[in-house]
Design a protein around this ligand. Sequence first.
Ligand SMILES: CCCCCCCCCCCCCCCC(=O)SCCNC(=O)CCNC(=O)[C@H](O)C(C)(C)COP(=O)(O)OP(=O)(O)OC[C@H]1O[C@@H](n2cnc3c(N)ncnc32)[C@H](O)[C@@H]1OP(=O)(O)O
Length: 198
Amino acid sequence: MDITPERQQAANDLVAATREVMLAASVTDMDLDEMRAAERVLTEVARMLGKRARPRVVRAPFDGPATARSAGPDHPWPLFAYNPLGIPLQIHFDGDGATARLTPDALYEGPPDLLHGGFSAGLMDCMLGVLIQAQGRRAVTASLDLSYLRPTPLDQPLDLRSRIAEISGRKITAEGWIEHEGRRTVEARGLFIEIDGT
Ligand SMILES: CCCCCCCCCCCCCCCC(=O)SCCNC(=O)CCNC(=O)[C@H](O)C(C)(C)COP(=O)(O)OP(=O)(O)OC[C@H]1O[C@@H](n2cnc3c(N)ncnc32)[C@H](O)[C@@H]1OP(=O)(O)O
């Protein structure tokens, strides 16, 4: 990553604040005038930040997850620290497995009071894909199968887990699941194919 630690921290803080704004803007029940005033402020902020922009969101280094994995389970790897659209995760690695804890808020609602299934799929793709990345392998998702076993609630802590199931040449199969209060709500199985390049 070609930015200094101070800039990384400032970018992470800005993204975290943006996420707060996204949630507040989605659920606000203020008066019309106040909403319009907030919109003007946000438009101005967007103009200010957009004066000098990169073509893409900052990428974390490829070997970040592997470094976190070798440092042990107490050194989580942060995901989506640079992108407010992603669901931020702190992924802990332990050998061939990964875990993360998340409390999804109103931004991630699908059915009333429940986590949107598309977000569950994205979370699983990340839990599986980053675990593979943490083994030092460059791989992309070829297929991802999900079973939605029971509804996944919002505003409650969820445990996300993944593990490597099988490696055969370039093909890596990984499994993952989402748990609420010890019961699985979603299960996933993904096939990842190793690729060349960066
Ligand atoms: C450059 C970027 C660097 C990135 C560095 C990593 C960054 C890490 C970030 C992690 C972040 C979180 C994880 C996000 C992960 C994504 O979101 S990845 C984005 C979504 N995925 C994609 O865009 C992939 C698009 N698909 C492709 O590029 C190509 O189809 C693939 C998957 C590379 C395979 O193409 P290919 O290399 O030509 O493979 P091919 O030789 O046809 O097949 C190889 C084997 O795989 C099997 N296979 C291939 N596809 C399938 C399939 N869909 N179903 C079943 N079997 C299949 C074949 O049957 C074959 O099996 P064998 O005959 O060897 O037994």
